[in-house]
Design a protein around this ligand. Structure first.
Ligand SMILES: Nc1ncnc2c1ncn2[C@@H]1O[C@H](COP(=O)(O)OP(=O)(O)OP(=O)(O)O)[C@@H](O)[C@H]1O
Length: 96
């Protein structure tokens, strides 16, 4: 959660500094929201499974791994959006 908060602040500050277009703000906000929502659901599933039983069980493993996979998918989407939206203007600002 602390990593997500730091990443969110960094992206928002960088996007504001680069003055990205309004439509690009929507992509960034969608990506940030996707990561936060998937992480919150992942945490909820993990805690619920741990509350029910700490015994190893194949279904518990599948549920936790699927929830973690959802976070990974959202993070990959966010990385792609970040690269597409922030990459070119950042390159422009740094090297031209
Ligand atoms: N009850 C269980 N039965 C079987 N496998 C489990 C069980 N609990 C966890 N595992 C396996 O161990 C891995 C790590 O579990 P853990 O609960 O530490 O999740 P985590 O993703 O590391 O959570 P956190 O975000 O709290 O660090 C899971 O991805 C899952 O494969």
């Amino acid at each position: 959660m602390q990593f997500h908060l730091a990443a969110t602040v960094a992206v928002v500050v960088l996007a504001a500094w680069l003055k990205v277009a309004r439509i690009d703000w929507l992509w960034l906000l969608a990506a940030i929201t996707g990561v936060w929502v998937s992480e919150l659901i992942n945490t909820s599933i993990e805690r619920t499974i741990d509350r029910i039983s700490s015994e190893p069980h194949p279904l518990a493993k599948t549920a936790k791994d699927a929830a973690a996979g959802a976070v990974l998918v959202a993070a990959l989407f966010a990385a792609a959006v970040g690269a597409i939206v922030l990459g070119p203007p950042l390159w422009e600002a740094c090297f031209r």
